[in-house]
Design a protein around this ligand. Sequence first.
Ligand SMILES: [Ca+2]
Length: 481
Amino acid sequence: MLTSNRLLTPLIALLTLILFGRVLDTKAFAKDEQDRPMNVLFIIADDLRPELGCYGHPLIKSPNIDRLAASGTVFTQAYCNVPVCGASRSSFLTGLRPTRSRFVNWNTRMDADAPEADTIASHFKRSGYQSISLGKIAHFPDDQKHHWTESPWRPDYPDNDKVQVTWRDYQSPKNIEISQSNPNGAGPPLEAGDVGDDAYRDGQIATKAVQRLKELAKSDDPFFLAVGFLKPHLPFNAPKKYWDLYDRDEIHLPDNYRRPENVPNVAMRSSGELRAYTGLPRMGLVEDQKAIELIHGYYACVSYVDAQVGRVLDQLHQSGLGDRTVVILCGDHGWNLGDHQLWCKHCNFQSSLRTAFVARRPGQSAGQTCDAMIELVDLFPTMCELTSLAAPAGLQGTSFAKLLDGDPADRKKHVVCLWKSGQTALDARYSYTQWTNRQGDEAARMLYDHESDPGENVNVAEHPEQRDVISRMQAILRESE
Ligand SMILES: [Ca+2]
């Protein structure tokens, strides 16, 4: 007995030590997990309007983005700061607002307009993150490419010439021929390809993102993974199966398919981008059936992008990364889909300025809808707060991270947007735009009361009772300069 006790005591002690050690190890592991930096998956879809299932659209099928929304927050009042691709992306990537001379047009480059500025990419890279760009993030993939930890990837980059020639991505031999015979490279404005998802670029981008997520899951480094889809930007090319999700007889022209009352002519300049495609009038109205066909094409492209988003989100979770990855999905601006008889972006109506925006931080309350105003220039500081990184000095947006927790502390009273010589201030009720000439004199203005006129159909800027509202909105614009 004594002998066995002598043997058992050290054995029990040893077992206790091992078990206790394992508990300690487990606790240490759990603490490490808790302390691990938060990743960011940033998904952007080119020209994505805030019209999806999760925004209550009656026709658009977007089950995957809706799934993200159901576990996160849908922002109903998210605005770009400048409604065109290159300028908008340069603005939010640097966290700087557009001015009359900075971030002006589609072909804006950060390395030309703000060469010294940090970007979200460089800030996360410097903070120990793998900072990765797949698809269309900056308008030009070689713009500040050293800000990323690896050269930005696109299906046909780094062959830049090829990017310029082939980004329209037709699959039909006939459309390729038309496109190649046109000096500007544009063919028809839409195509229903009898092809699989990966025939078009967005499928290839999703495949690449899935592959990179598998690799990132094996790495100890945190990541900022930016995945940029090309659709629903023109031309509306998507696999036929996404067109088949819609019955064209159910698609109608928008309720405000008309010129707003009292609208200044300068407000109505848009649509040129669409008219560059074949089969469209150089001037005047697009014929009704063609307009409905275009809307059908836009919806098909939204559903195509949504399916690719689903592939990426599924992989995030299959890789076990969902619990430590913030997901943000948005467009770079809105798009006139016949609103005001306009097409494309390039104007100061909210149809062009407002964009889709859905975000999820691990652990947040699911299924939130937030009507607080946010701006894309806020993305940079918001991503910093969500990942507990200090934001660099000089950013011109503010973090709205607390809105994801339902905390109203980060609510803004107004946002400010700029398109060429037209400045727009929006608050919770009004949208006011004024255009000024080179001397700084006011040349035209429009004011919409969203409470009585959410479609922006009656310009009330010259109504005497709006004088105080206009003074207040003008003060917002002055302060923003
Ligand atoms: Ca765009």
